[in-house]
Write a protein that binds this ligand. Structure first.
Ligand code: NAD
Ligand code: 4PL
Length: 248
């Protein structure tokens, strides 16, 4: 345990399971007080209990501005404010192009892109009010580079997250807040395991330079670095973490 995040409060959205849970666990091991946030109340509570080390759960849907506002009031009361935000919550759909209709498109953009904006707006306002040297780390996806099939709205939303990260870095640098994105490749998360994406591992592995099945911890380790002081001179960047499946 390095303790490199001790004294800091980290909020991880979508942390009831999968990559978010692994990130929450890693940041707690690094010494941060972790807020395990998810729309799945029961899952968030169980994940926070499993992580321990002072981690606690707050239920919030990232696309609901009122729920997000009340989450930051609770974080302020319990910790004195957030230092590190990890935008991880997303819907990970598998929808054939012929079934991508306006309703699906709006839902994915609303949660994956607009939800990221809603949480980031509130988090960075709190960081500035408390004069925190804040960190925003957003989980995008290497599907933005690969144009992966059956995910058109998702790929567009992730491109939006990368663009937003670049603009945010410019807007917030003057306050000592950095913003970076991580683009995982296919990861064997709880959600992926029970979806059609689970059938893509063989194909994806063929494209990887380093062989094996991507695990949530592979992403958590890089997020820990971005949250740490070692990454203080990086902002507006996107780090691709996919065993070399795509190069850009
Ligand atoms: P997952 O489906 O296993 O978990 C996602 C969590 O987010 C769930 O607990 C869910 O309840 C929560 N969530 C969904 N919508 C929410 C909302 N509106 N408000 C609050 N919480 C919400 O997903 P995962 O595979 O662990 O993915 C996590 C992140 O990593 C996502 O941003 C995803 O796009 C990204 N990603 C995943 C992969 C992969 O292959 N698994 C690859 C690249 C990027
Ligand atoms: C390569 O982000 O990056 C499937 C499902 N395959 O969600 C992803 C790859 C998926 C990905 C993703």
């Amino acid at each position: 345990m390095s303790g490199r995040l001790s004294g800091r409060t980290a909020l991880v959205t979508g942390a009831a399971q999968g990559i978010g849970k692994a990130i929450a666990d890693r940041l707690a091991t690094d010494g941060a007080t972790v807020v395990v946030s998810d729309m799945n109340a029961d899952g968030a509570t169980k994940a926070a209990e499993a992580i321990g080390k002072g981690a606690f759960a707050i239920t919030a849907d990232i696309s609901d501005p009122d729920a997000v506002a009340s989450m930051f009031t609770k974080i302020d009361e319990r910790t004195g404010g957030v230092d590190i935000l990890v935008n991880n919550a997303s819907i990970v759909p598998f929808v054939a192009w012929d079934d991508v209709d306006l309703e699906h498109w709006r839902k994915i953009i609303d949660v994956n892109l607009t939800g990221t904006f809603i949480v980031t707006r509130a988090a960075t306002d709190q960081m500035r009010a408390k004069k925190k040297a804040g960190r925003v780390i957003s989980i995008a996806s290497n599907t933005f580079f690969a144009g992966t099939p059956n995910m058109a709205a998702y790929v567009a939303a992730k491109g939006g997250v990368i663009g937003f990260t670049r603009a945010l870095a410019t807007e917030l640098g003057q306050y000592g807040i950095t913003a970076n994105a991580v683009t995982p490749g296919l990861i064997e998360s709880d959600g992926v395991k029970v979806s059609p994406h689970n059938n893509a591992f063989e194909f994806v592995e063929m494209l990887q330079a380093v062989k094996g099945k991507g695990q949530p911890e592979h992403i958590a380790d890089v997020v820990s670095f971005l949250a740490s002081d070692d990454a203080r001179w990086m902002t507006g960047q996107t780090i691709n973490v996919d065993a070399g499946m795509v190069r850009y």
